[in-house]
Write a protein that binds this ligand. Structure first.
Ligand SMILES: [Zn+2]
Ligand SMILES: [Zn+2]
Length: 240
């Protein structure tokens, strides 16, 4: 009997979001799996939002991505930001359930398959240092670190830095939010040599309008990245 099997006799693996026992580690029971809105089927190739229709193998784009300039090439999300997915994101964000980072990164890796290219550098969207002190960790960095490890890609947790406090994004319109962020996110001067000529995979816990990813992607491209793709654990969808 292996160590893992022996441990399971003492501590049978539990569902990530309820008390039910499950047969594998880092999994959900059948009920919670059905209650978790994983993104499946046809999605927008650039932002990962689900689209109606069948996957024809050709990249499709949503109305937002056809009208808003997105400075990245492809994007995906593992889940929609609602129901059980929203609860998991909040539990991770508030530090109650850091153990969710690894299974969540596994689901993100599955969603990210069409995005992965050899030599890609994985980097999280940073928290501002004031918030980092308050929260003690960056949940996006936990996800990007676990994901990079599983995918066998390089990880740079401090690739991007926030130059100044951007305050709350609430109550601002899209242009003002972008202006607020665009000057705030920049490539760490000591990490610029890692960006040059490489494709960057930016990771965040939640993607809403995409302004944060846009600002981060602009910063990477300004620092010489050959391209940028984006990956979120959960995507806020308008009709969600
Ligand atoms: Zn469950
Ligand atoms: Zn889109």
């Amino acid at each position: 009997m292996g160590m893992q099997a022996a441990l399971h006799l003492i501590y049978p693996p539990q569902c990530l979001t309820c008390d039910a026992l499950v047969t594998t580690d880092f999994g959900l029971c059948g009920h919670c799996w059905r209650e978790t809105p994983f993104v499946t089927g046809l999605v927008c190739d650039q932002c990962g939002v689900p689209l109606p229709g069948e996957d024809s193998g050709q990249p499709e784009h949503c109305d937002d991505c056809l009208t808003i300039a997105r400075p990245w090439s492809q994007g995906r999300a593992a889940m929609l930001y609602k129901d059980n997915a929203r609860r998991m994101v909040l539990a991770l964000k508030h530090g109650d359930r850091l153990d969710l980072a690894r299974p969540a990164a596994g689901w993100m890796l599955r969603a990210a398959q069409p995005l992965l290219v050899p030599g890609m550098l994985v980097a999280p969207i940073p928290l501002h240092w004031l918030r980092l002190i308050k929260r003690r960790y960056n949940q996006a960095a936990l996800l990007s670190g676990a994901l990079a490890k599983m995918a066998g890609l390089d990880h740079c947790p401090d690739l991007l830095i926030r130059q100044r406090y951007t305050g709350s994004q609430e109550g601002r319109d899209r242009d003002s939010r972008f202006a607020n962020l665009a000057t705030a996110l920049t490539v760490h001067p000591r990490r610029a040599n890692r960006v040059e000529g490489r494709h960057i995979l930016l990771v965040d816990d939640v993607m809403t309008s995409g302004v944060t990813f846009a600002a981060a992607a602009e910063a990477c491209i300004a620092a010489g990245a050959s391209g940028v793709s984006v990956l979120a654990l959960a995507r806020v969808a308008k009709d969600g």
